[in-house]
Every structure is written in C-alpha cells, then in structure tokens.
Design a protein around this ligand. Structure first.
Ligand SMILES: Cc1cc2nc3c(=O)[nH]c(=O)nc-3n(C[C@H](O)[C@H](O)[C@H](O)COP(=O)(O)OP(=O)(O)OC[C@H]3O[C@@H](n4cnc5c(N)ncnc54)[C@H](O)[C@@H]3O)c2cc1C
Ligand SMILES: NC(=O)c1ccc[n+]([C@@H]2O[C@H](COP(=O)([O-])OP(=O)(O)OC[C@H]3O[C@@H](n4cnc5c(N)ncnc54)[C@H](O)[C@@H]3O)[C@@H](O)[C@H]2O)c1
Length: 471
C-alpha cells in the first residue's frame, strides 16, 4: 500500500504538468501511466502532426516560388525519411516527459493502467495507492463511428497514421475537423491524393468566412473535400477501401483515416468503485474541475469533458494545483482559451466568434476587420491571403479570429488581451516593430478608433480651434 498526497492517473499533457508542479512544491506525488509517457500530444497528436506539417510546408515551398522568380520544382518526397523526421522530433522532445526526469522531481512513477478499487484507492500493477486527492488525466482516444462495414476494413487513427512508412496511394479521411484538415493538407503536400469526407461542415466550429478561406486553399492544392456527405457503408479490402455516401456516390482509396472526434478514456478506471459520475463527454465536474460526486477526485484535460487541447490540459493543471496544494478556491475559465488549426494559412480563434458575439451581445457588438493584404510584411513575403476579425463590446475585445500566415503566433496577443481584460486603447496604443505581421492586429485595434477620430466633426472643430489659439 502506497500512501500519498496526490495520485495522478495519466502522464500526458495535463498529468505531467501537474506532477512536475506539485512535486516541486513539496507534495508527495504518485503518477500512473499505462502506455507511453507524454500521452497523445507527444506520441500521437500535436508533435507528430506538426512535424509532418512542417515537412509538407517545405515540400510546398518548392512548388510555389514562381512569385519570387524561383522556378517551381516537383519535390522528390522520401516518405519514410519524412517519417524519420517525425520520429526524431518525438524522440528529441521525449526526455522532457520521461520517467527519469519525473523521478528526478521526486515523483513516484508507476507504469501500468490504474483502476479505482474504492473512493480513496486505486490499484495499478498490483500496487494499491491511497491518496488524499486523485486527478484523472487519462485523455481521449479516436471515436470510431458505427458505420456499417467499418469493422471489415482496415482503418487508421491518430495512433497509427504516423507510423506509415510508405505513402498511401489515395488517403480517404473521415471527418473534416482539425485532425482531418491538418492531415489532409500534410499528406496532399507530400504528394498523396486525399479525399476528406465530412458528414456536416468541415471546420464547422470555426467562423464560416475564415473556414471557407482555409478550405478553398486546401481545395486549390488538390484536396477533395466532400461536405454534407454522410458515409452509409464501408467495404473493400486492404489497399482498396470503398466509402459509399448517402447520395450513392462511392469514394475509393488505399487507406482510411478516421478523424471523427474523440472518446474520453475512462473505460479502464472502474469509476463506479469510487462513486465518480461521468458521461460520454467526460468526468462530471464543476468549474473547479472537481468531481461532483467524489470530492477527493478531480479531472483535467480531455477527461474533464470540455475543450480538448494540450494548452488547456496544462492550464487545468494550474487550476487544480491551487486547490489541491493550498486549499485555495479556483475555477477554470474558457473565455480566454485560444485554439489553432495548423493548416496553411493557419486558422486561430480566441473568445467569441462573430456569430457567437452577435448572439450574446446583439447591437452592442462592433466587428473590426483587417486584411493581410494591407500588411507590408505579408506583401513582401507574398503571403497576403487572410484577415483578422476582432469582436468588441464596450471598448474591450470579446473575441478574435485570424486566418493567415502565423495566425497561431498572432492570436497570442489577443489571448492576453482577453485574459487580462485589456481595452482596445491598449491594443491600439501598442508599438509593434515594422514590418511585422503583428501590425494587422494593431491596425484592427486602430480601426476601432478611426471613425471616432477621423469621421467626427467635433474633433475637426476642436483641432481648428486649438490651431487658431496656439502660438
Ligand atoms: C492528431 C492530433 C493532433 C493534435 N494537435 C494538437 C495541437 O496542435 N495543439 C493542441 O493544443 N492540442 C492538439 N491535440 C489535442 C491534444 O493532444 C490533447 O488535448 C492533449 O493531449 C490532452 O492531454 P491530456 O493530458 O488530457 O491527455 P493525454 O495527453 O492523452 O494523456 C493521457 C494519458 O493517460 C494515459 N491513461 C489513460 N487511461 C489510463 C489509466 N487508466 N491508467 C493510467 N494511464 C492511463 C494514456 O495512456 C495517456 O498517456 C491533438 C490531438 C490529436 C489526436
Ligand atoms: N491544432 C489543434 O489544436 C488540434 C489538432 C487536432 C486535434 N485537436 C483536438 O482534437 C480534437 C479532435 O479532433 P477531430 O478533428 O477528430 O474532431 P472534431 O470533433 O473536432 O471534428 C470531427 C469532424 O468529424 C465529423 N464527423 C463526425 N462523424 C462523422 C462521420 N461519421 N463521417 C464523417 N464525418 C464525421 C464532424 O462533423 C466534425 O466535423 C479537436 O476537437 C481538438 O480539440 C486539436
């Protein structure tokens, strides 16, 4: 029997952040991981997908230099070597998440799947762990839709696609969410024919105007994206898979990637033994991320049933650490959480989209827009596709949407503004270096004040009066 202050189940983005913080601040911590240290993000998610996208971007650059006077060439893609780059990236980052590093912090790491045996006890690898507090940080896995025939055809998920060493002859991707869209563009740029089949609207959570720009770019690069196209049956054999759509159309491909959303990983936990309530979305928690039915238990990251991002899992770790270590009240908020789909151009959002802001604030809403085409750096780099939209209520931003080069970097400024409740005057008053892409954000903020300054007869009268009086 191990007695400890804090037992964390799952050594992914959330569990690792919490374990490192709690142990370094003096708590006795047991961390239990059933598979690879680092969880989805490192092994099957963010890291491999961004490494693959980077290789794809390099390939694309070779085909798109004509504007600069550089003759396009068809890149020779060594698919296995691309995968070596992906594997190397994971291996280089892995020591940060390793068992040894965490043991160095004083964390007791157990490599096995954990299950609750009582309200205050879990079992893993034959050991019983009793703790003052438990944190469920078990993440999620690919949700596989119950399409007739799906069990009779081989399919890939995020856990298997990065291990493919040979380029698919034709990749069918089921689902046009962030995973589907990122994987579609990455594979297409590496020379793979790709068809995305989306049951509803691709990038359906994003501002439709911005999503349309991303989808148009993918289509122009040769990705076939079928929307409102539910699949009614899957058939075929390895290397020749057929998806039959509701309207009777058939799509044939060599490989099938299922990217239709996530299922929280709670099955192995035997939650009933601990009286921890959960739904298909995740552990039932309040804003404090504490189980509503067992106050010893918290849930963070994907398992908490909300936004599913690595930075959210890390943020959740910070929220619960306050309560668990210091007994202080703390609540997770969402209004300042950014998200990025790392297609090219990148698509980034923080706070409310235009439609959400209009529904919430009606006539009090002002929407500001600036296009990358008005940005000198974007012009110099011939990367002018995209725009920034800022939703403003009462002189403060309530949301920002960006599609364009480095949107994922640019959204950080607006995430800070929303988190800190900054006014538009602070954003407009900021001095950014010239020429940088960040000037699009400053320009958008400036647009909030331009009509008040430039189209205002009182300002003009005031200036004329002062000019008459000044010596
Ligand atoms: C392809 C893909 C790309 C993504 N890209 C991004 C991105 O660019 N940016 C971003 O912010 N997010 C991205 N995400 C989402 C991100 O990976 C997740 O939101 C994040 O990993 C969640 O962290 P977590 O700690 O909740 O869970 P995870 O990181 O999944 O960790 C959970 C861990 O718990 C372990 N576990 C499960 N059950 C048990 C048990 N009973 N006992 C012991 N251990 C257990 C698992 O083995 C796993 O290691 C991506 C996801 C995918 C699939
Ligand atoms: N860049 C990032 O931050 C990033 C990248 C990838 C994933 N993620 C995280 O992982 C989560 C999961 O990503 P995802 O893309 O798998 O899920 P998702 O839920 O975001 O999108 C799934 C898409 O599949 C569609 N779909 C559902 N069932 C279908 C079916 N039977 N046939 C065809 N289409 C179907 C849905 O309409 C939806 O558009 C994301 O929501 C996000 O939180 C983040």
């Amino acid at each position: 029997m191990i007695e400890t202050d804090l037992c964390i189940i799952g050594a992914g983005s959330g569990g690792l952040s919490l374990a490192a913080g709690a142990a370094q601040m003096g708590a006795r911590v047991v961390l239990i991981e059933g598979a690879a240290m680092g969880g989805d993000c490192l092994n099957h998610g963010c890291v491999p997908s961004k490494a693959l996208l980077a290789a794809a971007k390099q390939a694309h650059a070779m085909t798109s230099g004509a504007t600069f006077g550089i003759a396009p060439v068809v890149p020779k893609v060594d698919f296995a070597a691309v995968k070596d780059h992906v594997a190397r990236t994971i291996a280089t980052i892995a020591p940060m998440d390793s068992q040894e590093r965490f043991e160095g912090f004083g964390v007791q790491v157990i490599r096995a799947y954990a299950r609750f045996t009582a309200a205050d006890e879990v079992e893993a690898d034959g050991q019983r762990i009793r703790a003052r507090r438990f944190v469920i940080a078990t993440g999620s896995t690919a949700a596989v839709p119950p399409i007739p025939g799906i069990d009779s055809v081989p399919y890939l998920t995020n856990e298997t696609i990065f291990a493919l060493r040979a380029a698919p002859r034709h990749l069918i991707i089921l689902g046009g969410g962030p995973i589907g869209i990122e994987m579609a563009q990455a594979h297409r740029r590496l020379g793979v024919p790709v068809t995305v089949i989306e049951a509803a609207r691709a990038l359906g959570r994003e501002d439709p105007e911005l999503a349309a720009i991303a989808l148009a770019t993918l289509r122009a690069e040769g990705v076939e994206i079928l929307e409102d196209a539910p699949v009614t049956a899957l058939s075929g054999e390895p290397g020749a898979i057929v998806a039959t759509l509701k309207d009777g159309r058939q799509v044939e491909g060599s490989h099938l990637l299922v990217a239709t959303g996530r299922k929280v990983a709670l099955d192995r936990l035997n939650l009933a033994a601990a009286g921890v309530e959960a739904t298909a979305r995740g552990v039932t928690v309040g804003a404090d991320l504490r189980s509503v039915s067992n106050r010893r238990v918290y849930a963070i990251g994907d398992a908490a049933g909300g936004l599913q991002f690595t930075h959210v899992a890390g943020y959740h770790a910070g929220v619960v650490i306050r309560a668990i270590l210091f007994g202080l009240p703390s609540r997770a908020r969402t209004h300042h959480i950014p998200r990025v789909t790392f297609c090219d151009p990148e698509l980034a959002q923080v706070g409310l989209t235009e439609a959400e802001a209009r529904a919430a604030h009606g006539a009090a809403l002002t929407v500001l827009r600036t296009e990358f085409a008005h940005n000198d750096r974007a012009q110099a780099e011939a990367r002018t596709t995209g725009l920034v939209k800022v939703m403003v209520v009462g002189g403060r931003p309530v949301g920002a949407s960006i599609i364009g080069p480095q949107a994922g970097e640019l959204i950080g400024l607006w995430a800070l503004a929303l988190a800190s409740g900054l006014k538009m005057s602070s954003m407009a008053g900021m001095v950014v270096p010239y020429p940088t892409l960040n000037d699009v954000s400053k320009r958008a903020a400036g647009a909030y004040f331009s009509p008040k300054l430039f189209d205002n007869p009182w300002v003009k009268r005031g200036v004329r009066l002062v000019q008459r009086l000044l010596p």
